[in-house]
Design a protein around this ligand. Structure first.
Ligand SMILES: [Zn+2]
Length: 155
């Protein structure tokens, strides 16, 4: 996203948690504690990604984008669809986005990253033409048709 800035990555923390889970220092119950609210957000506003849950490996993860900022008023703290973010980034000056990964099967959840979006990031750039640049289609997730090769018994 064009106005993305101040990106903080939490993959190190996540790796540390996963290490502790594998070594048994942390129980899976402690890390698979997504609230019903978060699981709902994953269902209705989440962005499915092509990555298996590191805990149960049964389902792919879903990313939930939470938005925070004074300009959001009462909608601060709500989950938004990824497609809504570029639009908001062109309307608002500045807001925070927290990205949380969630497994809908086992309720594993962890903060992935956070960053700032908003028009202020355009700084010197010309913003006179209020062009809505919402051209980002949904990623390139291609589905491979299941190639069921019926093995013909050879004799
Ligand atoms: Zn899981």
């Amino acid at each position: 996203m064009r106005t993305q800035r101040q990106v903080v990555d939490y993959s190190l923390q996540k790796r540390a948690v996963l290490r502790d889970v594998r070594s048994g220092r942390i129980g899976t119950l402690e890390v698979c504690d997504a609230s019903p609210y978060l699981r709902n957000a994953a269902t209705y506003h989440g962005e499915p990604i092509d990555e298996r849950c590191p805990i149960c490996r049964r389902e792919n993860l879903t990313l939930v984008h939470y938005v925070y900022g004074d300009e959001l008023k009462q909608s601060a703290g709500q989950a938004r669809k990824l497609a809504e973010l570029p639009v908001m980034a062109m309307t608002l000056r500045e807001f925070q986005v927290f990205v949380v990964e969630v497994c809908r099967a086992c309720a594993w959840n962890h903060l992935v990253e956070r960053f700032v979006l908003g028009r202020d990031g355009l700084a010197a750039e010309e913003t006179l033409h209020s062009g809505a640049m919402v051209s980002s289609g949904g990623g390139g997730s291609r589905r491979t048709g299941d190639s069921a090769h019926n093995g013909e018994g050879r004799r």
